[in-house]
Design a binder for this molecule. Sequence first.
Ligand code: FES
Length: 107
Amino acid sequence: MLNIEVVMADGAVHEVQAPVGQTLLQAVLNAGLDGFAAECGGCCVCATCHCYIDEKDLAKLASPQGDEDQMLDFTATERRPNSRLSCQVKLEEGHEGLRIHMPDRQY
Ligand code: FES
């Protein structure tokens, strides 16, 4: 199991545990945390599962590619260099301790 830290828009920090192979979106939803709308259910066509990867962890993830890169232009809050769509981030061993930040809205 990996340990992931989710920083909510109000600053509250939640520890989430998730298995390797799960998506970041699924990990957060399984933990019962609000913040992702995930309207398309993880198909990379809604951009409502947007989050920001903590700067300290940016090197742990590859840059967004293809459809994700394009959909990131449609997020409700500003796209930043550390923006990702959580449904497109598949958790790997190297993601242990990953910290993400929730935007304050998805619409
Ligand atoms: S859930 Fe729709 S793009 Fe990620």
